[in-house]
Ligand binder design. Structure first.
Ligand code: COA
Length: 159
C-alpha cells in the first residue's frame, strides 16, 4: 500500500491545496493531510479549527485522512507508514525553499521521498496569507477557498 503525507500549515486550506490533494489522492492508496502544529508562523486558526475546516471540504476523498503533527515531518511519515511527502510547487519562487526542505528530509530519512505536484495554473499565485488579507479587507474570496472556509474567515474577521 502506497501511503503519502501532505503536510502544511493550512491556515486555512485553500482551493490550491485541495487541487494538490485531489492529484495526490489519485496517485496514492492513502494520503494523510497533516497540519503542522508547532510552526514559526502565528496561525489565525487553531489546529483544531484548521482540522475542522479541512474535514468540512474533503469528505469527497475516500482515501484521505486528516491529522496533525508536532516535530519533524519525516518522523510523522514513518509513524504512519508513509514513504512519500507531497509538496505543491506553485512557481519558481517556491523552488529554493522546497529544494532545501526535500534534501534535508531525505538526509534525515533516505527511504522517504518528496514528490512535487503542480496545482492548476489558476492557483499558482494563491496562498493562505493572501486569502487572509483579502478576507480581512472585505474582498471576494469565493473563487479561492471552499464555502466553509469562506464562512469561517468572514466570521473570524468580524470577531
Ligand atoms: N495552494 C495555495 N497555497 C499554497 C499551496 C497551494 N497548492 N501550496 C503552498 N501554499 C502556500 C500556503 O498557503 C502557505 O501560505 P502562507 O505562507 O501565506 O500561509 C505557503 O504556501 C507555504 O505553506 P505550506 O505548504 O503550508 O508550508 P509551510 O512552509 O507553512 O509548512 C511544513 C511547511 C509544515 C511542511 C514544514 O515546515 C515542516 O515539515 N515542518 C516540520 C518540521 C520539519 O520537519 N521540517 C523539515 C526539516 S528541515
Amino acid at each position: 500500500m502506497k501511503i503519502a503525507v501532505y503536510p502544511g500549515s493550512f491556515d486555512p486550506i485553500t482551493n490550491g491545496h485541495l487541487d494538490i490533494l485531489k492529484r495526490a489522492s489519485s496517485l496514492f492508496d492513502l494520503v494523510y493531510i497533516a497540519v503542522a502544529r508547532n510552526l514559526q508562523k502565528q496561525p489565525i486558526f487553531t489546529t483544531k479549527e484548521r482540522l475542522a475546516l479541512i474535514r468540512g471540504c474533503t469528505s469527497e476523498f475516500e482515501n484521505v485522512k486528516m491529522d496533525s503533527f508536532d516535530g519533524l515531518v519525516v518522523e510523522y511519515a514513518r509513524q504512519v507508514g508513509a514513504e512519500v511527502i507531497i509538496r505543491g510547487l506553485r512557481a519558481l519562487s517556491d523552488f529554493d525553499y522546497e529544494f532545501q526542505m526535500a534534501l534535508m528530509n531525505r538526509h534525515l530519512d533516505e527511504n522517504i521521498n518528496t514528490v512535487f505536484l503542480m496545482p492548476h495554473e489558476d492557483y499558482t499565485y494563491l496562498s493562505s496569507s493572501m486569502v487572509r488579507d483579502l478576507a480581512k479587507f472585505g474582498a471576494e474570496i469565493g473563487s479561492f477557498v471552499p464555502a466553509n472556509v469562506k464562512t469561517a474567515l468572514l466570521k473570524k474577521f468580524r470577531e
